[in-house]
Design a protein around this ligand. Structure first.
Ligand SMILES: Cc1ncc(COP(=O)(O)O)c(C=O)c1O
Length: 356
């Protein structure tokens, strides 16, 4: 594809292509049968990520959804309750897996996806007579928060939520699919963001740009049990080092560059906010996700999405009045400029009313 016809795909950071160097590293990877825990590349990835996250062990799994669902299975019993933030991925976007696999009930909180210790106290249900409620056993935090627009949590707030969970004797899971981005935002080491959590999931196939894979980290006992749940869910693989190598390469080479994605997201947020008919909360654009609201009722996000797609600019319509753009490894500053130009010219034209 020539530069002039190159598609600019801002739908998600999951769309990245493995780089030539990553593919080379993958092709050269030493592999073994991971069911026997004999794949040296998987073992190296697991050890390295466990270390980065400050946890005893980590387990390589095919997807972030599987990592989250294994965690929920580990930390709950059927009939238990779990508190989650608004629009949490493990509540809304994993096809009802927590109910299907772990037979638990979810209590989603309101707000932008983040919540307070007070919210947890208010939502908490004890395990006591007359047993009207599903007893709360688990609270799950998503950092950064996807639907919240890549929002990072205040670290003090997290500490308070964790302290409250300890008082209430409930377990704590961190969905850190994009924790790499949060670490860059805070300018801190990953392990400082995982302290106090029983389990942490991280994805390699989002901002880091690996083609496949996530990890679930926790103490040795939990991760030993996680091996069985991974097997039950069909996620135990064989010569998985081929794909794990992409993850290992990404951990070594693509973490620091996430700051470029954040800079590009800031550029998009500021530029889109200047377009009449669009509003972006720049202060809430923390990492690589930009949410832009269509403020003029004559504009429709679905129509805008389609018209932009016709011109090679891809983003997601998340509601009639909201679009989402995500920066990543395959997006340059020039791509962002082109996306802004296209969106601006489409909005200027008057064909964007509902039903066109
Ligand atoms: C916050 C969050 N958690 C978990 C996942 C699940 O990852 P996967 O698509 O690998 O199942 C996603 C995917 O976008 C996500 O955004």
């Amino acid at each position: 594809m020539t530069q002039s016809t190159k598609k600019i795909d801002l739908r998600s950071d999951t769309v990245t292509q493995p780089t030539a160097d990553m593919r080379h590293f993958m092709a050269e990877a030493k592999v073994g049968d991971d069911m026997y825990q004999e794949d040296p590349t998987v073992n190296a990835l697991q050890e390295e990520v466990a270390d980065l996250l400050g946890k005893e062990k980590a387990l390589y799994v095919p997807t972030g959804s599987m990592a989250n669902q294994i965690a929920i299975k580990l930390l709950t019993q059927p009939g238990d309750g779990m508190i989650v933030g608004n629009h949490a991925h493990n509540w809304m976007f994993e096809s009802g897996a927590a109910g299907f696999i772990s037979s638990i009930q979810l209590t989603p909180l309101t707000g932008d996806g983040r919540f307070t210790a007070q919210d947890v106290k208010a939502a908490y249900k004890p395990n006591q007579a007359p047993y009207h409620f599903a007893p709360t056993r688990l609270v799950s935090i998503e950092n950064t928060h996807n639907v919240g627009g890549g929002l990072v949590w205040n670290q003090g707030e997290i500490a308070q939520v964790l302290a409250t969970a300890d008082e209430l004797k409930i377990a704590k899971h961190l969905d850190g699919a994009r924790l790499w981005n949060a670490a860059i935002y805070y300018g801190t080491e990953l392990h400082t963001l995982t302290q106090g959590f029983d389990t942490v999931s991280v994805c390699l196939s989002k901002g880091l740009g690996a083609p496949v894979g996530s990890l679930l980290a926790g103490n040795s006992e939990l991760i030993e049990k996680a091996y069985r749940y991974r097997r039950i869910m069909g996620g135990a693989m064989r010569q998985a080092g081929i794909i794990a190598a992409g993850g290992l390469y990404a951990v070594h080479h693509h973490r620091e560059r996430l700051s470029e994605d954040h800079t590009n997201a800031q550029f998009l947020a500021k530029s889109l906010n200047e377009i009449k008919g669009l509003k972006v909360n720049i202060d809430s654009t923390h990492t690589n996700i930009v949410m832009a609201d269509l403020t003029d009722k004559r504009l429709n996000a679905q129509v805008l999405e389609q018209k932009a797609k016709d011109q090679g600019i891809l983003f997601l319509c998340v509601s009639d009045q909201r679009i989402r753009l995500v920066t990543h490894l395959d997006i340059t500053q020039q791509d962002c400029e082109k996306a802004v130009e296209t969106i601006q010219s489409l909005i200027k034209k008057s064909f964007l009313t509902v039903g066109c």
